[in-house]
Ligand binder design. Structure first.
Ligand code: SF4
Length: 704
């Protein structure tokens, strides 16, 4: 069991991908005082209101404290035996691809590592996916297409040093508040201009110098037009293009087809032509430009193309990996990048390797794995469709609730009941219908008890350290996975004494047969003693053997991971909305977050202070749509799609575009009746990344 530490403990925030450093001082009664860590490079002491309220979300009243089989308390031994038997029986009867793991960007890297190793090396399937698929998969795919690897080229300091910050599909002020504070301070200090590109007039847009209220789904048109004008105005970085890239001419011709004139681009994007001209002029005049992009770009049926449209303009102008200049993905969860590092996605192997014969062989030899997976597994939406069809029969869900958050959430709830076997590692006794459907429930460790590492949006690896005892019989996820692996006969490969042991192996794998051709290399951390792991300071990878400091920026001088060493410009498919409005579903639903809640509120919902900001689910409606559909501000409305219905309080606001609605994702059956917005979302996904489109879902609305 973890020993509580009596002194202030440096750890990392449980929520967003900013990855702020936190100092937690336990009060000896199960709570803790929380402060920002002034030494952490992500936040330099700042915290947002969610982070500052972390101390209010501790306590065990809501926790699962004991293992259970079919709802009846049992011992760990019996519970773990049951999980191993569920997996073994399924593999014996139906083969390894009938088993799947569904993981979470809230897991620590060490948890993720052993889950992937077990499934991809020892069970012999790649059916491991994660709720990061709902978050950053389009960015991962876009990075890999352009750079050859999933690499964020820049660091947070570039937000301090930029003269123009473009926020695309990102309500940064609410969703990445500490980065927003950095941007606002840069504005105050050096006059940094801020442009937001967002269908909604958000709080972020209200504070921007320019807001482009783009039509849903048209981001690629905007950036294609920008690429054309960069070329027409002779502002290309021709040396950079010639030395470090391929495919520019095709990408430019493609952009000219997509956005042949400024007027046409403005019309398709639904923005004022003068505003579009201003945006382009500011870009051309400002070498220090950072383009941040987040869920508004990723959660789209053309999300990967949108990412590549942004990367194309940064490559064409050589604005990448330089102080104050680069494309910057703002990740959603604290460990979305750590999961990507160990192969947390079904289409990756481990240490940023893929499923080439060479990578499979390399990882297999390193792991001494008896049953290496030979190809990509099922991505989240496809995984649950396979469960519905009865192809996947055994599932282990760790640290997430697909019945609340996946598209077609009602159908997912039903699908869970079709499984022959469902194991759930969870902290929250009220995890919607997930717990009810489970064969075996395993009580997991929570933030404040967990011990390991996470990687934030700027490639910075930070420690999450425990400062509370594990309550009841709760155990860390990595321990649970290793105990099941031992029961499956893989005791030697999963005989880890601690998270430090797992981390060393993960670091060693990143450096294994890696002579610099793979940028994800943290070999310098492969020999960390336990004490050094405990004391590990935040550090940005790459960190190859012999390196004594992390790497802030990449690609300013090329050095891309594609075999030819070049970045690849990407030709985009014609930008279109893949799901159009219809007579039955005449509006497009956009989903997102509110400032003070996180995911499905399992933690933030415990804080009365955080509930004060928005205390109930709602739907935002433009005044003309409200009049058209007979809706009144403050009354309830039924919002429906072919997949489900929710009932939400109406907020009439001209911050919302005509023909579109906005609803936050946070409320589930555990926190509000009939407000589970996931039940409305279609299963439409990006063809490259597999990321679901939850920003433009055809729906209907009527008074309730
Ligand atoms: Fe936590 Fe994100 Fe807020 Fe930082 S910005 S304190 S990581 S929620």
């Amino acid at each position: 069991a973890t020993t509580p530490l009596p002194t202030p403990t440096k750890t990392t925030c449980a929520y967003c991908g900013v990855g702020c450093g936190v100092i937690a001082t336990p009060d000896g009664l199960g709570g803790a005082a929380i402060a920002g860590d002034p030494a952490h490079p992500a936040n330099l002491g700042r915290l947002c209101v969610k982070g500052a309220a972390l101390g209010e979300t501790l306590g065990t009243g809501h926790r699962i404290l004991h293992p259970a089989i079919h709802g009846v308390r049992t011992t760990w031994n019996r519970a773990l035996d049951a999980v191993a038997k569920g997996i073994r029986d399924t593999v014996d009867m139906h083969g390894p691809d009938a088993v799947a793991f569904y993981l979470s960007g809230q897991l620590l890297t060490e948890d993720y590592y052993v889950a992937n190793k077990l499934m991809k090396g020892f069970i012999g399937s790649s059916n491991v996916d994660t709720n990061s698929r709902l978050c950053m998969a389009s960015t991962v795919a876009g990075h890999r297409r352009a750079f050859g690897a999933d690499i964020v080229p820049n660091c947070y300091e570039d937000l301090d040093e930029a003269d123009l910050v473009i926020l695309t599909g990102s309500n940064t002020a609410w969703c990445h508040p500490v980065l927003w504070q950095r941007i606002e301070q840069a504005k105050a200090r050096r006059g940094t201009r801020i442009v937001t590109i967002d269908p909604r007039r958000t709080v972020t847009a209200d504070s921007a110098d320019l807001h482009l209220p783009i039509a849903p789904g048209m981001d690629s048109v905007l950036f294609a037009r920008l690429l054309v004008e960069i070329a027409e105005r002779n502002e290309l970085d021709s040396n950079y293009i010639a030395r470090n890239t391929i495919g520019f001419d095709a990408a430019l011709a493609n952009a000219q087809e997509i956005a042949p004139s400024r007027a046409e681009a403005a019309a398709r994007c639904g923005v004022n032509e003068i505003d579009l001209a201003t945006f382009i002029e500011w870009w051309l005049a400002t070498p220090r430009t950072v383009t941040c992009f987040s869920q508004g770009v990723n959660q789209s049926a053309q999300g990967t193309d949108k990412v590549n449209a942004i990367l194309n303009v940064h490559l064409a102008s050589g604005r990448i990996g330089k102080p104050g200049a680069g494309p910057f993905s703002l990740t959603g969860q604290p460990n979305a990048m750590g999961g990507r590092e160990v192969g947390g996605l079904a289409n990756q192997l481990a240490a940023h390797m893929g499923f080439s014969a060479e990578d499979i062989d390399r990882v297999g030899r390193f792991w001494q794995a008896p049953r290496m997976a030979r190809g990509e597994g099922k991505k989240a939406v496809a995984m649950f469709e396979a469960i519905e069809r009865g192809e996947i029969k055994a599932l282990w869900v760790l640290c997430t609730n697909p019945a609340a958050s996946l598209p077609r959430a009602d159908a997912i709830r039903a699908a869970l009941r079709k499984l022959d076997f469902l194991a759930v590692s969870e902290i929250n006794a009220h995890a919607d219908s997930l717990i009810e459907a489970a064969t075996v429930v395993l009580p997991a460790a929570a933030w404040g008890e967990k011990d390991g590492t996470v990687t934030n949006s700027e490639r910075c690896i930070s420690r999450q350290r425990p400062f509370l005892s594990l309550p009841g019989e709760a155990k860390p996820d990595w321990w649970q996975i290793c105990e099941v692996a031992k029961r499956l006969g893989h005791g030697v490969a999963f005989d880890y004494a601690s998270p430090a042991t797992i981390f060393r192996e993960h670091a060693a794998l990143s450096a294994f047969e890696n002579e610099g051709e793979r940028l994800f290399d943290i070999g310098a951390l492969a020999d960390l003693a336990d004490e050094a792991y405990d004391a590990l300071e935040p550090v940005q990878w790459p960190l190859p053997r012999g390196a004594t400091a992390g790497t802030k920026r990449l690609y300013a001088e090329g050095g891309f991971t594609h075999a030819d060493g070049k970045a690849h410009f990407v030709v985009l498919a014609p930008p279109v909305l893949k799901a159009e409005r219809s007579a039955d579903y005449p509006l497009l639903l956009n989903t997102g977050r509110v400032r003070d809640q996180w995911h499905t509120m399992t933690r933030t919902g415990l804080s009365p202070r955080l509930a004060q900001h928005r205390n109930a689910p709602f739907v935002e409606v433009h005044p003309e749509d409200a009049a058209r559909y007979g809706l009144t501000d403050g009354d309830f409305a039924a919002v429906s799609s072919p997949h489900g219905q929710v009932e939400l309080r109406v907020v009439v606001t001209d911050a919302q575009q005509r023909g579109s609605l906005f609803a936050p994702i946070h409320w589930t059956d555990a926190t509000a009746a009939r407000a589970r917005v996931g039940s409305l979302i279609h299963a439409l996904t990006d063809p490259v990344s597999g990321q679901p489109d939850s920003k433009a879902v055809p729906v209907a609305i009527r008074p309730w």
